[in-house]
Design a protein around this ligand. Sequence first.
Ligand code: HEC
Ligand code: HEC
Length: 207
Amino acid sequence: MSFIVAQKEAKMAIKLKEIFHPKQHPVRFTLLVIVLFFVAFAALGVTSIQVWQYSNSTAFCANMCHDVHPEEIAAFEDSHHAQIKCVECHMGRVGTLKSMFIKAGHFKHVPAVIFGTYHRPLHSESFRSASESCELCHSKNALHGDTAKQVIRYQSDERNSEKRTYLIVKTGGSDPIKGLESGAHWHIVNPVEFIATDESKQEIKMS
Ligand code: HEC
Ligand code: HEC
């Protein structure tokens, strides 16, 4: 049975060689080369797009490198941003070409991941500016005003008694044209300068 199949395949190969013989049928041969070139080019293109897309997925970031500090992944999964991708903040919502350069820059962290020489806690060195990440989803001109929040917690006493905390979150906003300025988001359109007295910028002296 397999002998017959092999014979058939050999006959087919000879036939194809005759049909596309470079000297006897140069036009057909050239067309074949062009078609094969485009098929290979399309296959390479599709593979590259798939690899690029996978390299931008949360699964890639979370499992291939950033599993070395699982607390970042846990915080992400429990956040308002669990449905967006890591790269939408860490590379920003920039054009493909720019994000390719930014991603190539991330390779400099690979030795630290392999040899475990990264800082603990991590220091941010390469975060994108808010104008290239946050503000491309959250409009900086939106005014949020104040929000009343009720936080309910249960104590660890015998009756697990309820404790309610009421907060007024002064998110606010700022509109330079209308002249409205209030709350924490006031800083978005106004320059804020500060000098930190430690390297991780945790201690800011108020003057
Ligand atoms: C909503 C935006 C946002 C998303 C989505 C996000 N991050 Fe972050 N991440 C931040 C911010 C903001 C910081 C703090 C940067 C700073 O301190 O300047 C940070 C810090 C980090 C740091 C430590 C500091 C650094 O910049 O190297 C790591 C590592 C990290 N994130 C990994 C991840 C991973 C992995 C994901 C996806 C599973 C993710 N992040 C998703 C906003 C985001
Ligand atoms: C790709 C789009 C995207 C980017 C980039 C992004 N966010 Fe968000 N953000 C969202 C969405 C969508 C929600 C609402 C999620 C929900 O309500 O479940 C949200 C929610 C939030 C909330 C909660 C608001 C509330 O109602 O309590 C805050 C705060 C926030 N984002 C801040 C940031 C900051 C700071 C950055 C940049 C470091 C950022 N976001 C980047 C899409 C984004």
